[in-house]
Every structure is written in C-alpha cells, then in structure tokens.
Design a protein around this ligand. Structure first.
Ligand SMILES: CC(C)(COP(=O)(O)OP(=O)(O)OC[C@H]1O[C@@H](n2cnc3c(N)ncnc32)[C@H](O)[C@@H]1OP(=O)(O)O)[C@@H](O)C(=O)NCCC(=O)NCCS
Length: 107
C-alpha cells in the first residue's frame, strides 16, 4: 500500500492510497479530503502526484478503482473507462438471527 497525504501547516487535509496487486494491477482507493477544504483542487493535486509516480514505476500495469460519485468525474476526465458499478450493503452481525432452514448466501 502506498499513500499520499496533503497537509496545511500541521493539519492533515486529505489523502489517497494505492494498493499493488497481483497480475500487474494497481488499485486506487480511499480518497478523502477534509470537508472544509473541498473543491479547492486538493484531490486533483494528490491524484496527479500519484499518477506521475505510477507512470514512472508501474508502466504496463492496469490501474483501476471502484469510484464513488464525487471521485468518478476526475477519473473519467483522466481517461478511465466506466465498467461495473457496485452497491453498498451492510448488516448488524449481532442482530443476525437465522430463521428457518439455513442456506449459504454469497455476494
Ligand atoms: C471526492 C473528494 C476526495 C474530492 O476532493 P476535492 O479536493 O474536493 O476535489 P477537487 O477539488 O480536487 O476536485 C477534482 C475534481 O473531482 C470532481 N469532484 C470533486 N468534488 C465533486 C463533487 N462534490 N461532485 C462532483 N464532482 C466532484 C470534479 O471533477 C473536480 O474537478 P473540477 O473542480 O475541475 O470540477 C472529496 O469530496 C471527499 O473526500 N469526499 C468524501 C469521500 C469520497 O467520496 N471519496 C471518494 C471515493 S473513495
């Protein structure tokens, strides 16, 4: 995992990460900018720093991400092609009480 952090004075105002995977793939993930500092180009600047590094060190790899609505526009602007979308799901583990015959459910 690689990370890039943006800070102003001693305050961390944003970060992005990248995971190196098998099969010559790198996954871009976990972009975040502090709410008070959004829409000032911090994500763009972090993204471009990471991209410069990736082009130098991971030439020939496939870069991919599961983007959220706020991060998708920049990825499309940079030339990424939209593929599958995903849906967020959750469940309280404590609250799970099997009812009736149990069956295996995968996702
Ligand atoms: C997504 C996020 C990291 C953007 O950070 P930011 O510093 O405000 O983004 P920037 O100012 O650098 O914007 C870069 C581009 O991203 C896109 N963008 C940023 N915020 C957006 C929003 N609210 N809606 C739509 N597009 C947005 C735009 O294309 C923008 O380019 P533009 O300013 O030329 O229009 C920030 O809003 C955030 O932390 N959101 C919550 C967490 C999240 O959704 N993370 C993304 C997936 S892990």
């Amino acid at each position: 995992m690689h990370g890039w952090i943006a800070y102003i004075d001693e305050l961390t105002v944003g970060h992005i990460h990248m995971l190196i995977e098998s099969n010559d793939r790198v996954k871009f993930l976990d972009a975040w900018v502090h709410e008070d500092y959004r829409r000032k180009g911090i994500f763009r600047k972090l993204w471009e720093r990471r991209w410069k590094y990736v082009k130098k060190e991971f030439n020939g790899y496939k870069a991919y991400a599961w983007a959220k609505p706020m991060s998708l526009p920049l990825l499309l602007e940079k030339g990424f092609k939209a593929g599958d979308s995903s849906v967020y799901v959750e469940m309280d583990v404590e609250g799970f009480k099997p009812n009736g015959p149990q069956c295996f459910v995968s996702c």
